[in-house]
Structures are given as structure tokens and as C-alpha cells.
Write a protein that binds this ligand. Structure first.
Ligand code: ADP
Ligand code: MG
Length: 324
């Protein structure tokens, strides 16, 4: 099982950012209002995620480290839809197999908590611990026991950028949750929940300068609902890093969507400039296959043209309506 977990880790735990993504997703799934991420050495030294979610009983905590012990697959059909995040009960055992892993959790109003320690996928040590609100997971010395993978890590600053980006993607999709990221004790990304103004979250992610330029987009056609924000064409970037697309609140990358976005902006942008676009595409989960990529960054739409058309129409209409 240690080997199987390590193989799973090879597929899904590519770098510190993958750990951050999986753990923060779990915290969001647990109904947390605030998620804190503390990193050391770009996440290679330590990743600590603490949340104020529903926590786990001792039994659930123990199960969470067993493969495929997910609590989130309610129906087989879930396997084919976007209605659950994560990759179905593999994340924690996979992460614990390639790090020194500690989990401390308690259920709401419980008098006792649980601490579990795992060293490189060995036998979990389960202990009673003080009660707490929510869960804290600490992942130290990532890949210390998989030197081949460890060798592929880039500079700490690069790994850190990827880890921060993983949080930003989740933060954009969950404006009702507060996120705090720090590195070496220094605040890196601070974004209190802003349920009434999603633009605050975009400004936290992309810089405060974008805020006054953000324009809402909205389009519904043929079961595809497109919402979100674009920056007016007077605010552009030299690269495509301001383009975020989400399908059913999950960050994805898709060539077809990108070209639909580019086409809509074509006549508005100077050469070499890229727009800021944060788009949420909500649709029937059965009309999109998410299982084409181990990290689920890519999807396959049953009607790719229809989705592209909806995105293009949403942006084109916003661009035509505004006075620039
Ligand atoms: P999945 O997210 O696919 O269910 P994971 O391996 O990521 O699989 O997590 C396993 C289980 O552990 C989850 O289903 C959940 O029950 C529990 N869990 C993990 N992280 C947390 C957390 N931060 N708060 C509460 N429960 C958690
Ligand atoms: Mg998960």
C-alpha cells in the first residue's frame, strides 16, 4: 500500500503547489470560513494548512489516510461529474507517503481531538490531542523519500509562485471564504471574504489597480451560464496570467475557451497585450468530462462550440455595452 500511495503521489503530487491545492480544497469542502496557508522554503520545507471547518472524528481522521476512503462520493454518478472536488480519497494518503505528515483535528464541540503522524507513508500514529476548531495539516520535507522527484523541484521562489497561484485559483472561485497565505512568516496573499463584492477578490489576486476597471459579464444560453468579470481594455497585461476560467467553480484551462476569449477582445487590444478575464462557466456536470487529466486542469465539453460561443457572446456584449 505504501507503494501504491507513492504511485498515486507520482500522478497527483507533482510539487508543493499540488499539496496546497488538495489540502485547501479539502478545507473548503469542510465548510471552512477561513483557510490559512503557511509555507517554508517554497513549500518544500513545510506546508501548513489550518482551517475552521467541520473537522473530523478520530475514526474519520484515521480513515482519511486510507486510500479511497473518501466521504464525498455519494453516488457512483459523482465519478463522472464535477460535484466533488479532489481526486476521490487519494490525496491524503498520497501526500503522507512522500512527506512527514501531521494532522490535528476535532469535531465541533468535541472535548477531545485527534493527532495523526505519518512518516513517509509508514504506519500512522494516532493519538488523542487537545480539541480545536477545524483541522490543521502540516506537510514537512516533501519528497524527502523520493529523491528522483525531489530532483525535479525548481527554485524555491518558483515553487512558491506555483503554490500561491494554486491558492489564488481557489480563492477566486470561493469569494465567501477568507484566505491568508504566508511564506517564512511574511504575508504573501491576504484576502478576507468579500461575498458582496467579488471584485475585491480579483483585486487581491491581480493587484488593486484592476479594481476600478472590472466590468461584470453575464450570459446564459443553451444551458451554459457564464458570469464573472473582465477588465476594460484600458487595463491589460503583457501576458495571459490574468485569464482565469472555471467550470462549475473548478479552475480549468482550455484552448477553445481561450480562443473564444481572444476573439472577443481582438479589436480592443494592442498587439502583445492580454486581457484580464475571470469567468465562471456553470453547466450541467454531465455535459463536461473532467477525467481527462490527472490534475483535472483540462476538461472535455460535450458541446465545445456551444460553450465557446456563450463565452464569446458574454465578453463581446460587455465590451460593446461599455463606453470605451
Ligand atoms: P477527497 O477529498 O477526495 O474525499 P482526500 O484524500 O482529499 O479525498 O480526503 C479524504 C477525506 O478526509 C475527505 O473525504 C474528508 O472526509 C476528510 N478530510 C480531509 N481534509 C479535511 C479537512 N480539512 N476537514 C475535514 N475533513 C477533511
Ligand atoms: Mg480532497
Amino acid at each position: 500500500d505504501v507503494l501504491i500511495n507513492k504511485i498515486a503521489a507520482g500522478e497527483v503530487v507533482e510539487r508543493p503547489a499540488s499539496v496546497v491545492k488538495e489540502l485547501v480544497e479539502n478545507s473548503i469542502d469542510a465548510g471552512s470560513r477561513t483557510v490559512r496557508v503557511a509555507l517554508e522554503r517554497g513549500g518544500l520545507g513545510r506546508i501548513t494548512i489550518s482551517d475552521d471547518g467541520q473537522g473530523m472524528s478520530a475514526e474519520d481522521a484515521r480513515l482519511s489516510l486510507e486510500r479511497h476512503a473518501t466521504s464525498k462520493l455519494r453516488e457512483l454518478d459523482d465519478l463522472f461529474t464535477l460535484s466533488t472536488k479532489g481526486f476521490r480519497g487519494e490525496a491524503l494518503p498520497a501526500i503522507a507517503s512522500v512527506s512527514r505528515f501531521t494532522l490535528h483535528t476535532a469535531e465541533r464541540e468535541s472535548y477531545v481531538g485527534t493527532r495523526i503522524t505519518v512518516e513517509g507513508g509508514g504506519e500512522p500514529l494516532v493519538e488523542e490531542a487537545p480539541p480545536r476548531v477545524g483541522t490543521v495539516i502540516s506537510v514537512e520535507d516533501l519528497f524527502y523519500n523520493t529523491p528522483a522527484r525531489r530532483k525535479f523541484m525548481r527554485r524555491e521562489s518558483t515553487e512558491l509562485q506555483h503554490a500561491e497561484e494554486a491558492v489564488i485559483r481557489l480563492a477566486l472561485a470561493h469569494p465567501d471564504v477568507s484566505f491568508f497565505v504566508e511564506h517564512g512568516g511574511q504575508a504573501l496573499f491576504t484576502s478576507p471574504a468579500s461575498p458582496t463584492d467579488a471584485r475585491e477578490r480579483i483585486a487581491a489576486a491581480l493587484g488593486p489597480g484592476v479594481h476600478p476597471h472590472l466590468v461584470a459579464v453575464e450570459e446564459r444560453r443553451l444551458g451554459v451560464n457564464v458570469t464573472g468579470y473582465i477588465a476594460s481594455p484600458e487595463y491589460t497585461l503583457p501576458n495571459a496570467r490574468g485569464i482565469y476560467t472555471f467550470v462549475n467553480r473548478r479552475y480549468i484551462r482550455d484552448r477553445g475557451l481561450n480562443s473564444a476569449i481572444q476573439r472577443a477582445f481582438q479589436e480592443f487590444l494592442a498587439a502583445g497585450r492580454q486581457p484580464v478575464v475571470v469567468l465562471f462557466i456553470d453547466m450541467d456536470p454531465r455535459a463536461v468530462d473532467v477525467n481527462v487529466h490527472p490534475q483535472k486542469l483540462e476538461v472535455r465539453f460535450a458541446d465545445a462550440k456551444g460553450v465557446g460561443d456563450a463565452v464569446n457572446a458574454a465578453i463581446s456584449r460587455a465590451l460593446r455595452a461599455a463606453p470605451w
